[in-house]
Design a protein around this ligand. Structure first.
Ligand SMILES: Cc1ncc(COP(=O)(O)O)c(C=O)c1O
Length: 377
């Protein structure tokens, strides 16, 4: 273990935890210093919104106390599941303790021995782990390559076929070609498990995600998290009554884990209500996305995640540290999250950022690029 840790350090892959002493908003106090943060997935600023704090803790307690099939299925959790299903236009929904728990439970419960899973090479770790736990045959498709997905479908003639993808890729910020994938799913009688983690609250007519941009189809099983734009904690699946009933009987990370805490469910209900009703909030986020794209001189970014490519791990860490010196927090993303030479700064925008915040970030990034001796990058 010590040798491994030494090696991580030598390769610039050492991980350290640093104390956060404030809410995780755009202005935060981290390790004793104040920063302007572009590190959070709280894309609408709801994680710091006091309206989510009126969440039923006094009525329902702070802990669910048991798993949902014992006594843990609280009234806030039931209402949250109704609201999620209504928002996504599905018959039913099921909530989990995290987005990670959702993927590692739902994928192996649905995708069985004899089935084939086609999983995008840039899918999130929770999808990868869910696929590894499944007994289905796993085929990896080239990133966002519809022709390759078709090829893999053709090569898997027997058993059920599942296409599994992030709707917004978490480290690249680009979108899965869902309309094309749905056409393929119809042609080959396949289903799609779509992880809306970074699309919820950002994309779709009422912020419901990428699935909201194509005609509703039961072939799309939506999974997601309550922990990013919704400003709470937990995960969910939205689908037909049949699929949800089946998961209630088979999904191990749901059956064998304590239910979502009632105040967490209460906070998520309020987060979803605000997203659905407050269009301006999403418009503010999109104005910020357009503004940063223009300032950086890149085409309009399709999501709130901007990758700023650097190269190798040590350089990405140096770039992140150089930004910290001027009070700006942008995390360096390194292997195993991205390939060895694909290290980057990952900028997450929020509706809570101001135009001044965005200009400050753009100026700092420009000065990183211009550093002539390459000392910073
Ligand atoms: C695409 C994707 N799916 C799932 C998760 C896991 O969600 P959670 O943080 O709620 O466990 C994340 C990130 O954390 C993610 O980026």
């Amino acid at each position: 273990m010590q040798q491994s840790l030494d090696r991580f350090r030598e390769c610039g892959l050492e991980r350290v935890r640093r104390e956060l002493a404030s809410p995780a908003g755009t202005a935060l106090r981290w390790q004793g210093r104040d920063y302007l943060s572009f590190a959070s997935n709280d894309y609408l600023g709801l994680g710091c919104d006091s309206r989510l704090a009126h969440n039923g803790a006094w009525t329902y307690g702070t802990g669910a106390g048991s798993s949902p099939l014992i006594t843990g299925w609280s009234i806030p959790q039931q209402r949250l599941e109704r609201d999620l299903a209504d928002w996504h236009g599905t018959e039913a929904a099921l909530t989990f303790s995290s987005g990670y728990a959702t993927n590692i439970g739902v994928i192996p419960a649905l995708c069985l021995a004899g089935d084939t899973i086609i999983s995008d090479e840039r899918n999130h770790a929770s999808i990868i782990d869910g696929c590894r736990l499944s007994r289905a045959t796993l085929r990896i498709s080239r990133h966002n390559d519809i022709d390759h997905i078709r090829e893999l479908l053709v090569q898997s003639p027997s058993g059920r076929r599942w296409i599994v993808a992030d709707s917004v890729f978490s480290m690249d910020g680009d979108l899965f070609p869902l309309a094309d994938a749905l056409a393929l799913a119809r042609e080959f009688d396949a289903a799609i498990v779509l992880d809306e983690a970074h699309a919820t609250g950002v994309i779709g007519r009422s912020g419901e995600g990428l699935a909201g941009t194509v005609p509703r189809d039961d072939r799309i099983i939506v999974v997601g998290t309550l922990s990013k734009s919704i400003g709470a904690q937990g995960g969910f699946v939205c689908s037909s009554r049949l699929v949800v009933d089946y998961l209630i009987h088979t999904c191990r990370s749901w059956i064998f884990s304590t239910s979502l805490a009632p105040p967490t469910a209460g906070a998520a209900i309020e987060g979803i209500r605000i997203i659905r009703q407050d269009r301006l909030l999403r418009e503010r986020l999109w104005a910020n996305i357009r503004s940063l794209s223009e300032t950086l001189g890149i085409p309009p970014n399709p999501s709130a995640i901007f990758p700023f490519h650097i190269g190798r791990a040590q350089e990405a860490v140096r770039a992140s540290e150089a930004l910290m010196e001027v009070g700006i927090l942008v995390p360096a993303i390194r292997p195993p999250t991205v390939p060895v030479d694909g290290c980057r700064l990952r900028i997450s925008l929020s509706a809570a950022h101001s135009e001044t915040d965005i200009q400050r970030l753009a100026d700092a990034l420009a000065s990183l690029k211009q550093d002539p001796g390459g000392e910073k990058v």
